[in-house]
Design a protein around this ligand. Structure first.
Ligand SMILES: Cc1ncc(C[n+]2csc(CCOP(=O)(O)OP(=O)(O)O)c2C)c(N)n1
Ligand SMILES: [Mg+2]
Length: 399
């Protein structure tokens, strides 16, 4: 397996935990993961693309007790998330949303990690974490307001311990670190997870978050979805070493997990959260996955990548592999799949109707909530905007 680390030396809240049993050991094992391409490090995998369960001495214990019902639940989460995402993409194409960032292909990374969390844990997402939002119980229609341009977020972050979508790349890793440091001061045993991408890993904010979280031993999991692309920039342009190895230089463990294997993501994230709760500090999880769609609906990936790559990743589809496993283990019958299909269609319909019914904001709402007590410059801008709006009425004969 692929965990590399220097063991945390200053566990602050580890009384009574089995320090050193959770895999801060080194390995130099490498195996070729690509089809005859350069050797890639081994990754934690519990389900092969063919849907076969493979043994893993270190991580099996996190999923050994999982029931057939829970497995069907993970499948349902992924299918409904994908259906919601497809609906949002279609709504953008129909002019109902200004933009959409699809998670297609990343369902297992998001559902596996999302389902590893406890209710009292706190999530700091990017703009693509629709599957994690689903696990937190955020109504999917609430995710769409910002993309329609009718609000600035659309949900109360403290309602589900799921922070607002963050567009400024990498900045949420610092928010997460600060929040996690606060948890330690409170003496609580909850944990924080920060999602970010391969491109974000090059941001200074992420390096600062790694440094602070390490030296303050903050209970935070850095969950990097390496979807191979940062818009049109491939991961080779982000790092000369596999991303999970970055953690080593900061003094905490890093692990690469098969990002398309929901069980492996569940197990590895549980392990990382367990470390955080035990006072063993941060962990970097690199979920090795693929962005099957465009960066956003404003992007045309055919300009910078070929079909072969997408086809190779389609063969590793996260939903298909869990379906194969469920079927071969007799954990789900045709009735289950048929019912899920109708549930998906109903979700699509509900999302469509909710988006079309979203009220437009008041034109002046953009000036609200900028400063708690108002500001002269904002007042000036509001007055300018009012005059601009009034100019249309004049042109129309004062109507
Ligand atoms: C600080 C900052 N710089 C640049 C951008 C523009 N931008 C938006 S998404 C993106 C790429 C992010 O790639 P990655 O971190 O791999 O996440 P992904 O979109 O692949 O999920 C960039 C550069 C931004 N939003 N914020
Ligand atoms: Mg990326």
């Amino acid at each position: 397996m692929t965990v590399e680390s220097t063991a945390a030396r200053t566990p602050r809240r580890s009384a009574g935990t089995k320090a050193g049993t959770t895999g801060a050991k080194r390995t130099t094992s490498k195996k070729a993961a690509g089809a005859g391409k350069s050797a890639e490090p081994a990754l934690v995998q519990l389900l092969t693309p063919e849907g076969k369960r493979v043994k893993n001495a270190e991580f099996d214990r996190y999923v050994d007790g999982i029931t057939a019902e829970e497995l069907r639940g993970l499948y349902r989460d992924m299918v409904l998330t994908r259906r919601f995402d497809a609906e949002a993409t279609a709504l953008q194409r129909q002019g109902e949303l200004g933009l959409w960032a699809s998670l297609l292909g990343q369902e297992a990374a998001q559902i596996g990690s999302g389902r590893a969390l406890r209710d009292d844990d706190y999530v700091f997402p990017t703009y693509r974490e629709h599957g994690v939002a689903w696990c937190r119980g955020v109504d999917p229609t609430n995710l769409l307001g910002m993309f329609r341009g009718v609000n600035n977020g659309g949900w109360d972050p403290n309602g589900n311990n799921f922070h607002l979508y963050t567009i400024v790349i990498g900045s949420q890793t610092l928010h997460a670190t600060g929040y996690a440091m606060g948890i330690t001061k409170d003496g609580a045993d909850s944990a924080v997870i920060a999602y970010f991408g391969d491109g974000a890993s090059s941001q200074g904010d992420v390096a600062e978050a790694f440094t602070f979280s390490a030296v303050y031993n903050a209970p935070v999991v850095f969950f990097c979805q390496n979807n191979q692309w940062a818009i049109s920039e491939p991961t080779e342009k982000q790092s000369r070493v596999p991303l999970y190895q970055r953690a080593q230089g900061f003094g905490f463990p890093g692990v690469r997990v098969d990002g398309n294997d929901v069980l492996a993501n569940l197990a590895v994230t549980k392990w990382a959260l367990e470390r955080a709760r035990a006072g063993e500090g941060p962990t970097l999880v690199e979920a090795f996955t693929y962005r099957m769609g465009a960066h956003t609906t404003s992007d045309d990936p055919t300009r910078y990548r070929g079909d072969e790559e997408r086809l190779a990743w389609e063969a590793k589809d996260p939903i298909l592999r869990l379906r194969r496993f469920l079927e071969s283990a007799n954990h789900a019958d045709e009735g289950f799949f048929a019912e899920l299909e109708s549930e998906s269609e109903a979700l699509g319909k509900r999302v469509r109707e909710a988006v079309r019914a979203m009220p437009d904001p008041d034109h002046f709402a953009i000036f609200e909530n900028v400063y708690a007590d108002g500001h002269a410059l904002v007042d000036e801008e509001r007055a300018q905007f009012a005059a601009y709006q009034a100019s249309f009425a004049d042109a129309d004969g004062g109507k």
